[in-house]
Design a protein around this ligand. Structure first.
Ligand code: GLA
Length: 673
């Protein structure tokens, strides 16, 4: 990018605190009360106009900006900054009247209808043109408005639908393939079309991976996933470039959903490079009793796609959402814990969906900062208290999260692994990533995520939880990392295929045989519910489920072997010394305890400290110009003590602390030292 990067919303000195604000759902008399209550709650910024296209442009080319003028002036008069959206996630009904073919089509050939949101074919020239036009209007009108601090392009690209299988998309896909492969010969080779007689002799014969009677070509499907990401990203870039050109100086963002459970179709490594400020939305999986781990993982992934720099939590919820099967409330204090846990991991604030609960529409049962119950409510009291707490943390801005290790994650590999006809439905990349992440959370290690081709030398420990697709470049990178002294831990079914989902030559794991010092002769998935035992010299046994492998060491030593199951007697967990480093291989789907033990052993070997801290105490450090900030979030039901390296000041209570920090049950403390 050739424009300067603006890591923070323009003119926003405190941390960002606020939410999506949809005042168009209310009579204007309510707005005065809104801004008064926003002030009471310590709100510093709100996101406006996200779903307002139909109100701003009620018919093609007719604009009604008066209400937004008045709103932005009102916010400005009250010192509240605006994260102003381009409303391009919901084109108005008139747009579809003229362009019904801009509604996306499913793999099965069904066209979606108007009446919800996000029904967009990202290859539609009509959509692209209309989106650019409204964006241009907004940029020209509000690019110098004093309230505008940030541009919020679109909303959550990638959900609820990102891929489209219409004829326009098919033609776009063929153009994309033409650029990627140049010739049909190359494409036929990359897609392995000799298999099942799928060879193409004309570009026009190539279609998106529409519904097929049985398993479709995996390379075609993988390319379609890449194409979809690129097509959606191109639409973001078009709006971003317009905003940069017409409204220079205001940073541009869009809200990601990095939680793997929430958006699967966008490659956020690519997206992170394109936004000025990385922003994320995160919603708890309410029924998960340890949902703080999913939260931490999403936050770490967000910071990682931001290149380690601060980022912004643009949406989460004050309480229950409305779209899960059972929408559980947050427990007392959980709202603050969630917010501060995001801040600990690099967010420069905490924003919510949404400011005032809606009375109509699909989200009327979603919590808000100002709930239907009004200000006489627990949520409102917690919202006001959180505003005060965040107000005390402004000095942490720009400080950087300190991390211990890296976990490799590659969206492309995930897309490839989840295609049909893999050796077992029970081995899932996301499940493995979450399981290894949980083990690191429990070991009180703070991790970055890294792309497998990224520079890794600063990490003493690198874990690859699921790297089914491994490119030659990634393989070289990992080998070099180990040779130069790194400790690498690779989990099962990694290093198997290249970027075309073609098996690497020779025995598995083709891309990682050398670095791991072994071959895998056969995969040996287990029956549903079956488990095996792993034994190691002088070690308590480990347990694995779902997946085992026949491993033949070629230089690696065996740390644990299979005591039973189809691979009984064979190596299960191995370690290979290479150069001045070591590469561990875990050939089974270990259970949580097993993972924790292997991870701790590898971390100790990598020289990482063993942190003996209370189990439910989340401890993260940010370091900045004004000092080091230790965040301690106590998710447990009992008070927890955290030993301190030196004296400091606790920022939320103002207390001086030394030696030991007492963190009451359910609360958070932030020490500057
Ligand atoms: C997403 C959207 C919001 C809202 C919330 C509800 O994050 O961006 O508009 O629908 O979900 O949880």
């Amino acid at each position: 990018m050739d424009h300067p990067r603006y890591p923070r919303p323009l003119g926003l000195d405190p941390l960002a605190y606020g939410g999506d604000y949809n005042p168009e759902q209310w009579p204007e008399e309510v707005w005065a009360e809104d801004v008064r209550l926003m002030r009471e709650a310590g709100v510093t910024m709100v996101s406006v106009g996200i779903f307002s296209w139909a109100l701003l442009e009620p018919e093609r080319g007719q604009y009604e900006f008066g209400w937004l003028d008045r709103l932005l002036d009102l916010l400005h008069a009250h010192g509240i900054r605006a994260d102003l959206a381009t409303p391009t996630v919901v084109p108005p009904a008139w747009f579809y009247r003229d362009h019904p073919d801009a509604l996306p089509v499913t793999r099965e050939g069904t066209r979606y209808a108007f009446g919800s949101r996000g029904a967009i074919c990202h290859s539609s020239p009509a959509y692209q043109h209309a989106a650019a036009t409204i964006t241009e209007q907004l940029a020209r009108r509000y690019g110098t408005h004093p309230a505008v601090a940030l541009w919020h392009v679109h909303n959550e690209y990638g959900v609820p639908v990102s891929d489209c299988y219409c004829d326009e998309s098919a033609a776009h896909f063929r153009r994309w393939l033409g650029e990627r492969y140049g010739t049909l010969k190359e494409l036929n080779s990359a897609w392995g079309t000799a298999f099942w007689g799928q060879r193409y002799t004309r570009w026009d014969d190539i279609q998106p991976p529409r519904l097929t009677p049985t398993a479709g070509n995996p390379a075609q499907q993988l390319d379609y996933a890449r194409f979809t990401n690129d097509a959606v990203l191109a639409n973001f870039k078009r709006e971003r470039d317009l905003l940069h050109r017409l409204a220079p100086g205001i940073p541009v963002t869009t809200n990601f959903m990095t939680a793997l459970s929430q958006c699967q179709s966008m490659d956020y490594w690519a997206w992170g490079r394109e936004v000025d400020l990385v922003a994320n939305d995160h919603y708890l999986v309410a029924e998960d009793p340890r949902s703080q781990i999913n939260l931490a993982m999403a936050a770490d992934l967000t910071r990682s796609v931001a290149g380690g720099r601060p980022w912004l939590l643009l949406e989460h919820s004050t309480g229950a959402v409305n779209w899960q099967p059972r929408n559980l409330v947050k427990r007392p204090g959980e709202l603050a814990r969630n917010s501060l846990a995001h801040v600990a991991r690099g967010s420069e604030g905490a924003m919510f969906f949404q400011w005032r609960a809606s009375r109509s529409g699909a989200e009327k049962f979603h919590s808000a900062m100002l709930p239907h119950a009004g200000t006489s409510s627990r949520i409102w009291r917690e919202v006001v208290a959180l505003g005060q707490e965040l107000g005390k943390l402004a000095e942490i801005r720009d400080s950087l999260v300190q991390t211990d290790a890296a976990m490799l994650w590659d969206w492309e590999s995930w897309w490839a692994q989840r295609l049909e006809w893999r050796p077992s439905v029970d081995l899932d990349a996301r499940e493995r990533a979450e399981a290894w992440y949980t083990a690191s959370w429990d070991a009180h290690l703070t991790v970055d995520f890294a792309h497998p081709e990224a520079e890794l030398s600063r990490y003493p420990l690198v874990v690859a939880p699921a790297l089914y697709l491994t490119t030659e470049a990634a393989a070289r990178n990992l080998r070099q990392y180990v040779e130069n002294g790194g400790t690498l831990v690779v989990s099962c079914f990694s290093g198997i295929v290249d970027e075309h989902d073609t098996v690497h030559p020779g025995p598995h794991p083709g891309a990682l045989r050398e670095v791991l010092g072994l071959t895998v002769e056969e995969f040996a998935p287990l029956r549903a519910g079956a488990a095996v035992r792993l034994e190691g010299d002088g070690q308590p046994p480990l347990r694995a489920e779902a997946w085992t492998e026949f491993v033949r060491p070629e230089g690696a030593e065996t740390l644990w072997h299979y005591a039973d199951g189809p691979t009984a007697g064979g190596p299960a967990v191995t370690r290979h010394a290479l150069g001045s480093g070591r590469a561990w291989y875990v050939s089974a789907r270990l259970d949580g305890d097993g993972l924790a033990r292997v991870l701790r052993a590898a971390a100790a070997e990598a020289g990482l400290p063993e942190r003996r801290l209370p189990h439910d105490l989340e401890v993260v450090e940010r370091v900045g110009e004004h000092g080091r900030y230790l965040f301690a979030v106590n998710h447990g039901a009992a008070a927890a003590d955290l030993p301190l390296a030196g004296p400091g000041t606790e920022l939320l209570t103002g207390a001086d602390v030394r030696d030991v920090l007492a963190v009451p049950a359910g609360e958070t403390r932030v020490v500057r030292y």
